[in-house]
Design a protein around this ligand. Structure first.
Ligand SMILES: [Zn+2]
Length: 149
């Protein structure tokens, strides 16, 4: 099952070459539905500090300084390697007024699809990665934090 490419269907992206659908103008429906559901949650709800989400090859981590929904809600986007290490490749604002849920879903899908080698400059700039063990340790600490929050 296919869905229309959310980036090609956004006027803001019409003239750029689409890294998501590569000109086919369609994407996998199941994957799109999963990313759309997460994008909707990120767009419409604020999360507690350090809240993270795992979806396909991505880990999103809430770095917002405020839980105020009227302020920008920021997420660091990490990509998982096959060895389980995660590397920060992007930083995104999920609730800018002009951002549509479908566009946010499309941007995340595009980051998900691109290989790590496409993010060499960002990886060098962010210098932020965790080993699989460090990420597991973070998850345990977060579970305590979330329970106490
Ligand atoms: Zn497209």
């Amino acid at each position: 099952m296919k869905a229309q490419c959310p980036l090609c269907n956004d006027a803001l992206y019409l003239n750029s070459s689409c890294t998501l659908c590569e000109g086919t103008r369609v994407v996998d429906r199941d994957l799109y539905d999963r990313f759309y559901a997460l994008a909707q949650k990120l767009r419409n709800e604020t999360q507690i500090p350090h809240q993270y989400f795992e979806i396909d090859s991505l880990v999103l981590y809430n770095v917002s300084l405020s839980g105020d929904p009227d302020r920008f809600q920021e997420y660091a986007v990490y990509k998982r390697r096959e060895d389980g290490n995660i590397t920060k490749v992007e930083s995104i604002t999920v609730n800018a007024p002009s951002t549509r849920v479908s566009t946010l879903a499309g941007l995340l899908m595009s980051i998900n699809k691109q290989p790590l080698s496409d993010f060499t400059d960002q990886i060098r700039a962010y210098r932020d990665q965790l080993t699989a063990e460090e990420f597991e340790a973070f998850k345990k600490r977060f579970a305590f934090f979330a329970a106490a929050y």
